[in-house]
Design a protein around this ligand. Structure first.
Ligand SMILES: *C/C=C(C)/C=C/C=C(C)/C=C/C1=C(C)CCCC1(C)C
Length: 263
């Protein structure tokens, strides 16, 4: 397709746009302190996200047609996250407060995209009923809306947490025991099976970090300042696993499958 051949150019334009908030910050005189490790982790990960975005977009050129969408979506996840990291790091460096709203806006876009990847990698090899897509999406929204109304204080923290946990449990059920998992077990070639299995481990263990963070931050009575430092570093590291490594796993399956059919 035409659009695909323009992707590298489009990604360059996107990066140019990314640099604007970074420049605004420098001119406002806000400087990253060498002992601000939370701030440093925001910087490191925003750069890793930018580099991953370039990588995923450029690698769409290398894989066969039906895998291009999966890689494009991986690149969109890291692109959207990179932009949010620029803003979150500015909030942190200037106020040392936790950028909850930006995190949730980021999650609201990136988590459904990550979920859709399960649907996309199966769709690259077989026909998948669209119900799989909708169930994964609905589980995601219940989880995130539950978490947000709790963190923002619209609903008491505990009931909101329980609703969020139910959304996550529903997602886990679909990918371990539901239709998606059955399609994977019966129809996927080895490279896709490996990717699917690793991806659902990430959704189990990598994703568990966020509700644990919520629990420690809101349900243990720990002081706000203490819990927020730890919480932000933990969330930042979690994003490396859940966004970048997740994309790399899909990339590996795409390259393997492309090479297998080229022979
Ligand atoms: C890239 C960002 C990702 C993968 C974010 C994932 C976020 C979650 C899995 C959040 C889960 C939560 C619950 C399971 C219960 C309610 C509180 C949340 C929203 C933190």
């Amino acid at each position: 397709m035409k659009l695909r051949s323009h992707l590298p150019k489009l990604s360059l334009i996107a990066f140019a746009a990314l640099l604007i908030p970074a420049k605004a910050q420098a001119s406002a005189g806000v400087v990253l302190e060498p002992n601000d490790f939370v701030g440093i982790s925001f910087w490191l990960i925003s750069m890793a996200l930018v580099a991953s975005t370039a990588f995923f977009f450029l690698e769409t050129q290398r894989v066969s047609g039906k895998w291009k969408t999966s890689l494009t979506v991986s690149g969109l996840v890291t692109l959207v996250a990179a932009v949010h990291y620029f803003y979150m790091r500015e909030v942190w460096v200037t106020t040392h407060d936790t950028p909850t709203v930006y995190r949730y806006i980021d999650w609201l876009i990136t988590v459904p995209l990550l979920m859709v990847e399960f649907f996309l990698i199966l769709s690259a090899i077989t026909k998948v009923p669209v119900g799989v897509f909708w169930r994964l999406l609905i589980g995601t929204l219940v989880m995130l809306v539950g978490g947000y109304v709790g963190e923002a204080g619209y609903v008491p923290a505990l009931p909101a947490f329980i609703v969020g946990m139910l959304g996550w449990a529903y997602i886990l059920f679909e990918i371990f025991f539901g239709e998606a998992s059955r399609i994977n077990a019966h129809q996927s070639p080895p490279a896709v099976k490996t990717a699917f299995n690793l991806m659902r481990l990430i959704v189990t263990f990598g994703w568990a970090i966020y509700p644990i963070g919520y629990f420690v931050g809101y349900l243990t009575g720990m002081s706000h300042d203490d819990s927020m430092k730890g919480l932000n570093i933990v969330y930042n590291l979690a994003d490396v696993l859940n966004k970048i490594a997740f994309g790399v796993i899909i990339w590996a399956a795409a390259v393997n499958e492309t090479d297998a059919h080229a022979k």
